[in-house]
Design a protein around this ligand. Structure first.
Ligand code: FAD
Length: 399
């Protein structure tokens, strides 16, 4: 079996690499403190990085790289493998790319959206001009999304929406909510909701910050008070929202910054080689060697899931189970990598980004805190295991 890349794919990787190195600010690596597999330290969600984020994404749009996996008729290259390669390189350099719009909303619109929705939103997303946030969770609805209370009432060619969302990552730096709302309270729970796009600037939308464990403003709570949204913004069928959100969640679970894991490992290896402890290079310490080797193996396993998902999509297959396995594996790997990094760095790993003594600009201490967000966001590890158990292993549902 040959798992190698084609020459075209290798050339493309080089092109993306040259682009990223040329376009990111020189001090980007010191400033953009983020952790692989985590959701609370993404630079594209932070206000201070918005100028860089917008400029970088506009340039990605000019290259046509937001929609690499899309069909050619919508400006794509029909190559999930190229999208995966670009994602790998971009995340290795911690580029502020890969938001909800291009990785979750666009592929879902392509599968279930109306032609009008495709014509309206895909060009904006392709150009890096439309950012989306996920309006799923509510104060009393997380894993069990069927419990949502946000209601949309029919008003001719509009819906009037009232309710509250929470944990709304990036709502303060994007333009549109990708929202699940209750449209038929009398219907069976799973046929009672609709997926709809709500522009943030619609009257009645209020966004309030929530500061996360790392001290970053990544989350928000968002209130909808008599928000009028045209029905043309419905994604897929009315009352089929849960099926469409499940589809969108699969795309979310496939949207990983893979290269970021490799980058941290490369940095830890370099640190171990260059640091002397007790008169010996850290890289000669058996514990350190064992931990780094374990991470190297797990990252290779992760990559095999990653490339397999892209390969499947290019053959028209839906990596449903694989999306859950991938999400489970990479977010838990983020936690293990944070533990390993703190073990290798010792007390230096606990220092904040302001300290002169903090290796890697304080990324490790921050990452240690942020890593716990990965196994919760986008469906918890327990939910992914339930999906794998029922759909993959054929085990009965829990009662
Ligand atoms: C960093 C981060 C970013 C997020 N960003 C967003 C966002 O942008 N938009 C958005 O809508 N939401 C977002 N969320 C919310 C996230 O989707 C929910 O937190 C998640 O789905 C879990 O829901 P919950 O917190 O209500 O926990 P609950 O559903 O109450 O679960 C509590 C615990 O019970 C377990 N559990 C629940 N049901 C089962 C079951 N059937 N079987 C086994 N165990 C179960 C869970 O695994 C968990 O451990 C984000 C969360 C985090 C941490």
């Amino acid at each position: 079996m040959d798992f190698g890349f084609t020459q075209e794919e290798l050339d493309f990787r080089k092109e993306v690499e040259d682009f990223v190195k040329g376009e990111l600010p020189l001090d980007w690596d010191d400033r953009a403190v983020c952790w692989p597999g985590s959701y609370g330290t993404m630079p594209q969600m932070e206000l201070e990085f918005q100028a860089v984020t917008r400029d970088f994404n506009r340039k990605l749009g000019e290259k046509g790289w937001h929609g690499l996996g899309w069909p050619k008729e919508y400006g794509g290259q029909n190559s999930a493998m190229k999208a995966a390669i670009a994602g790998d390189v971009l995340s290795y350099y911690r580029a502020p790319a890969g938001g909800v719009a291009a990785t979750i909303s666009a592929p879902t619109i392509l599968l279930v959206g109306s032609e009008a929705l495709k014509r309206e939103f895909l060009p904006k997303i392709a150009g890096g001009e439309a950012g989306f946030w996920l309006a799923y969770s509510e104060p009393n609805a997380g894993s069990d999304l069927a419990s949502i209370k946000t209601r949309a009432v029919d008003d001719g060619d509009h819906f009037i929406i009232n309710g509250q969302k929470i944990w709304s990552s990036g709502a303060h730096v994007t333009e549109y909510a990708w929202a699940i709302v209750k449209t038929d309270s009398d219907a069976p729970r799973h046929k009672s909701a609709t997926l709809i796009i709500i522009p943030n600037d619609t009257p009645g939308v209020t966004i309030k910050p929530i500061i996360n464990i790392c001290g970053n403003h990544s989350f928000n709570e968002v209130f909808f008070d008599d928000v009028r949204v045209p029905k043309k913004n419905v994604v897929g069928e009315v009352n089929a929202g849960f099926y469409n959100v499940m589809l969108a969640l699969q795309f979310e679970r496939l949207a990983i910054g893979s290269g970021a894991f490799k980058r941290v490992l490369d940095e830890l290896i370099q640190f171990a080689n260059e640091t002397v402890r007790n008169g010996r290079p850290l890289s000669e310490n058996p514990q350190v060697r064992r931990k780094l080797t374990t991470m190297a193996i797990e990252i290779e396993v992760f990559y095999s899931f990653y490339w397999q998902s892209a390969w499947m999509q290019d053959r028209g297959q839906v990596p449903e189970l694989e999306a859950s396995a991938l999400k489970l594996f990479f977010t838990e790997l983020g936690v293990k990598l944070a533990n390993t990094a703190v073990d290798v760095l010792g007390p230096y790993g606990l220092l904040d980004k302001g300290s002169n003594w903090a290796p890697f600009g304080g990324r490790v201490g921050m990452g240690y805190l942020d890593s716990i967000s990965g196994p919760i966001g986008a469906g918890t590890s327990e939910i992914q295991k339930n999906i794998i158990a029922t759909r993959g292993l054929g085990l009965p549902r829990e009662r």
